[in-house]
Design a binder for this molecule. Structure first.
Ligand SMILES: [Zn+2]
Length: 369
């Protein structure tokens, strides 16, 4: 006999989500069912959903009616007969990254390089993602979701569910910071430092030993709040007041910073990225994680002559999320400055439209279930 659960579903792009009863999933094989307790809300979700299929026609959304929700946390409720090392009652984050599990990239722990790479409950990267959505039709905006055991990250006891719904953004920041390792004693430009990814990058870079952080954003009030985290290590700059590259060079005896992470989102101008990038020193490394779109005119002579590395980094692996969970357990990374702001599932549409109401990257938006 089928049992029902509550889920928020989007029936058509441009419409509001509808909270309704749908069939509750069951666990089979190596899958589990997680009783969802909360799910992070992507800032700007409504705008993204409304424009996605026009902006990126090659990247499918899940077929409608669809259950979105990128960053679910909860308690393992049921395990399939082939599940080992996970048991009912485990507190988990469900990494939405899905991949085939059977190719060279997957076997090598590089799920993002798989031809089936998909962010479940959000969007896919090519037509293969439709297979992933069919197998895993639940994002986190519902009471129970099915997920592969390989997607689970066990949560440390000292990390409450509300804070854990930030793991997607923190994991993305962590994967970017790792690409700059070792960061100890080095200098780093964070472009878009006060946004959801930027604050995460700042917290992780501080924890992992960055000597000086050049935090760049538009508004000074949030920049000042960021600087207060470590006044001796963070310098702040509003790019409304001039060029980032010349400011960074003026602070580094004309040399530039060792590296940069760009976190700006889909609708940001590329001029800001390009300006900041020229503040990186010879042999420096630039990592892009924010989703900014468009053609970036890069002088390839500069790229070669100065031996620059430009790196794209999308999401993170489960292994990176396990490392991050341990950094949070041990207190090496402190996210107590992040303030959760939540809505119940019944108010999902208020949640989607309410994400501009907080303090930039200092607020974590979520739906509690
Ligand atoms: Zn694969």
């Amino acid at each position: 006999m089928s049992e029902l659960m509550r889920a928020a579903r989007l029936h058509a792009v441009g419409k509001e989500m509808v909270v309704e009863y749908v069939e509750r999933p069951h666990a089979t094989g190596t899958d589990v069912v997680v009783a969802v307790k909360g799910c992070g809300m992507v800032p700007n979700l409504a705008n993204v959903l409304a424009n996605w299929e026009t902006w990126y026609p090659q990247m499918p959304l899940p077929p409608r009616p669809a259950i979105f929700g990128l960053d679910p946390v909860g308690v393992v409720h049921e395990v399939g007969e082939g599940v080992v090392n996970v048991k009912p009652g485990d507190r988990v984050y469900v990494n939405p990254g899905r991949s085939c599990g059977a190719c060279h990239a997957c076997a090598d722990g590089r799920q993002q390089h798989c031809g089936y790479w998909t962010l479940n409950g959000y969007f896919g990267y090519n037509a293969n993602s439709l297979k992933m959505f069919e197998r895993y039709p639940h994002g986190g905006f519902c009471e129970y979701m099915r997920a592969p055991q390989s997607a689970l990250v066990k949560l440390p006891d000292n990390l409450e569910f509300r804070q854990a719904t930030r793991l997607g953004y923190l994991g993305t920041s962590y994967a970017a910071v790792k690409k700059l390792a070792p960061l100890a004693g080095k200098t780093l430009i964070i472009n878009g430092a006060t946004g959801t990814l930027g604050v995460g990058v700042t917290l992780l870079a501080l924890a992992l030993g960055a000597a000086r952080i050049f935090a760049v954003a538009r508004g000074l009030p949030l920049l000042e709040r960021l600087q207060a985290l470590a006044p001796g290590r963070i310098e702040i700059f509003s790019n409304l007041h001039g060029g980032t590259a010349s400011w960074v060079k003026s602070r580094t005896r004309g040399i530039g910073a060792d590296s940069m992470i760009d976190t700006l989102g889909a609708v940001a101008s590329l001029d800001s990225l390009k300006d900041a990038m020229y503040g990186v020193r010879r042999g420096g490394r630039i990592v892009n994680i924010g989703g900014t779109a468009g053609e970036l005119g890069v002088d390839v002579k500069w790229w070669m002559d100065e031996q620059m590395e430009l790196i794209g980094s999308v999401w993170f692996t489960v292994s990176e999320a396990i490392e991050l969970a341990d950094l949070l357990r041990s207190g090496t990374v402190d996210i107590s400055v992040l303030q959760p702001k939540s809505w119940p599932l019944d108010e999902i549409n208020e949640a989607i439209s309410g994400v501009a109401s907080g303090d930039g990257g200092f607020t974590s938006y979520l739906v509690e279930i």
